[in-house]
Design a protein around this ligand. Sequence first.
Ligand SMILES: Cc1ncc(COP(=O)(O)O)c(C=O)c1O
Length: 435
Amino acid sequence: MLPPRAVAARSCLIKLLPSICAPRGKLLAHPRALASGARGASMSTSARIDATDTPCIVAMQQMLRGKTDVLSLAQGIVHWPPPAEALSAAQAAVLETTTSLYGADDGLPELRAALKEKVQKENGLVASEIMVTAGANQAYTNLVLSLTDAGDATLLFRPYYFNHLMALQMTGSAREVVLPASTAELQPDMVALRNEFESRAATGLPPLKMVTLVNPGNPTGVMIPHATLEEAKDLCAQYGAWLVVDNTYENFAYKGCTPHKCVEGPHVVNIFSFSKAYGMMGWRVGYLAFPSALGEQLFKTQDTIIICPSTLSQKLALAALREGASFVANQIAALAEQKEVILEALSPLGEGAVQGGSGAIYLFCKLPAGCEDDKEVVRWMVEKHGVCLIPGSACGMPGHVRVCYANLPLERSREAAKRLKAALLELTSGSAQIK
Ligand SMILES: Cc1ncc(COP(=O)(O)O)c(C=O)c1O
């Protein structure tokens, strides 16, 4: 007979494993991870991590290692540093005693207060609570762990942000990830979403537990209209699903294009980030705006994963927020010219092949016929032309590439554009020698 504690532990295992190992539906798990008995006899890694995509950013970093003359339009970063005054404030804060202590799990009270005011005024989120995180990616992972179980179905629109899919795979939090295509304009397809909800209800499939939108989109580079967000919010409410909206690029809205808006509700969580607008990628600060009823559960993931976000980084974030609107607006306005430079370089791809540019920092491009192996195309561009992009297959769209126009300052963007255009002319003329 097993002692009572061991019995409890074993029954817990028995309850969890079947939904990880014997899923059905639209599966995204690695076949090796799913085949029962296929895991190694000993020292195997988890089925969840085996089933997780390899990060395209790491593959890209490995491809670029040791190459000094490659210009990258790949990783989604901006070329500016945080505001000078904020950096000085962080420098001064290094010696403050509180900087070296653990802080409140949900973030420094003064930063949370400032963010609460910001989301009320700028995003119209009047009923949301704030939790500061180590970037938007950690915020999303906290949510996945807090909102979904191993047997659940979740939905991302294709092309998706690769780390969202990876978070769902890695945590084993969703047995099925439904990946409908976006509309021809790269907007989340509300007809497809409604159909998915309805057909699941009609056929007895488990309902969707969580729907994720990225606004404006990565990799699509398009802003989602307010009406679409409202429709997604209403559909999710009707069918009892969480709606998670990643607003990492909220500030990257452009003159003459759809403005950025948020939606709020008892089933809606909004994610934000300091990484891009304030040039704070390496400082790792983001935040969640969530319905207060979720707080207790979110504290569990937060306390277990990071305890609290870096205090020094939060002090910088607070100072950056105070510098605020004009710093961000000036940086983003200056991107218009870079976008034009890169758009011109993409012209060999022809009419209709290049989309995006109405939000975020991306253009999403269809490669010419015969370039379905986008990873090899990108490798060839790096080796032959010294310019790097993200293959669309990392976002569920083979035969495409994602181009970031914010990575490099203007002059370097011009040089990258020259290289990109030369590569595309070779590709479209059919003279490129790609494996
Ligand atoms: C949609 C989206 N969410 C989250 C992130 C990660 O942001 P953070 O640096 O705040 O973790 C990125 C970065 O590229 C992104 O594009």
